[in-house]
Ligand binder design. Structure first.
Ligand code: SAH
Ligand code: SF4
Length: 344
């Protein structure tokens, strides 16, 4: 398996300066290239008029290789939601989604091509893992979004399990949140890393002392249902996952998000709402209920409206903040991995 070409966004600023020096150029050229990429969102040598014409193309060719090629582009909600299917250097496919709201612009990025976690309701999970994305392949999705709208928020809720690609995801988070020219200058608080519940990696992330938001895809408050919906639960149980989430809450002071896809007659019973509410009560936490977006051929479907409302009421009765996630982009196969699935 060959690796994606090395890119500026894989490197810290000091490493970029060294890389430029190795190419026989003055170190400050690294800062200029970085300003173009992270500040002006361009990788085109023609735009780099502050660099000598003779070296522009060579430097850009070495440090700003094109990592993503658009394969399909879909939009809906009058253009407020844009989904792109990208082809990577080796033919692997990943998706990103840009969502414009009145008060923010959110970019949903992929961290892996495919995913190895095997959640049976998820289109990405069905296909298995192809490979980890490099830090620069993740950042490039955001830079592409920046060319359409000023991105204020990033969620790692596209394809892949971010904490199974820890090093590159952390590099990507730093590039997203470091100030220009090191990175894109997006606030750490506006970045959400969503995980299926890899406990050691959650603990490691807590120790980084970042202010990023942690989202835990719980989907069930009991091990019996969660073992089926989230196979990695056989390794790390509900109680361990929540302990790690509360440690994250304590270390960072950040409110933790709990993701819960409501699946008719599978995890939407009143008693599960009560159990969920009692497990979360007293914590700095917000529950996002996601009506299931059924994958092709799925035996499962979304909860009935009345059942969903009852679920919300019961969780809220424990004093826990709970909302139903808006289902942007559903008509363009908005759920995780569905577009790439169609293509293959
Ligand atoms: N692997 C990570 C992040 C990517 S998935 C994780 O699982 O958290 C992002 C979110 O989409 C997760 O909460 C996931 O459970 C949810 N999801 C996946 N497939 C879905 C579907 N068919 N309907 C609704 N939500 C889904
Ligand atoms: Fe992977 Fe997340 Fe899909 Fe589970 S829900 S298979 S962890 S992408």
């Amino acid at each position: 398996m060959s690796r994606p070409p090395r890119h500026l966004a894989d490197l810290e600023l000091a490493e970029r300066r060294r890389a430029v020096a190795e190419l026989g150029e003055r170190e400050f050229r690294a800062d200029q290239l970085s300003r173009h990429y992270f500040g002006r969102h361009t990788d085109s040598p023609d735009d780099m008029t502050d660099l000598p014409a003779a070296t522009r193309a060579a430097l850009a060719g070495e440090l700003l290789p094109r990592l993503l090629t658009p394969e399909r582009e879909l939009s809906c909600d009058d253009g407020a939601t844009r989904k792109t299917l990208w082809r990577l250097f080796d033919g692997a496919l990943v998706e990103s989604v840009l969502m414009k709201y009145p008060d923010r612009v959110t970019m949903c990025v992929s961290s892996q091509a495919g995913c190895g976690m095997g959640c049976p309701f998820c289109a990405t999970g069905q296909a298995g893992l192809t490979r980890n994305l490099s830090a620069a392949e993740i950042v490039a999705q955001v830079v592409a979004g920046e060319r359409h709208a000023r991105v204020s928020n990033i969620v790692f809720m596209g394809m892949g399990e971010p904490l199974a690609n820890y090093k590159n995801v952390l590099g990507a988070v730093r590039r997203m949140t470091d100030p220009v020219p090191s990175g894109l200058g997006i606030s750490q608080r506006s970045v959400t890393v969503s995980t299926v519940g890899l406990v050691p990696a959650i603990n490691r992330l807590a120790a980084e002392k970042l202010s990023v938001t942690l989202a835990v895809s719980l989907h069930a408050p009991d091990d019996e249902a969660r073992d089926e919906l989230v196979p990695v639960n056989r390794r790390w149980k509900v109680a361990e996952v929540l302990d790690a989430a509360w440690d994250y809450e304590a270390v960072t002071g950040r409110r933790v998000s709990i993701e819960y896809a409501l699946i008719r007659d599978v995890n939407d019973q009143p008693w599960r709402a009560d159990l969920l509410g009692s497990l979360l009560a007293g914590h700095l936490v917000h529950v996002n209920l996601i009506p299931l977006n059924p994958t092709p051929g799925s035996k499962w479907t979304a909860s009935r409206p009345g059942v969903q409302e009852e679920f919300v009421r019961r969780v809220a009765a424990h004093g826990v903040a709970v909302t139903v996630r808006d289902t942007r982009g559903r008509e363009i196969a908005g759920a995780c991995g569905q577009l790439a699935g169609e293509q293959e």
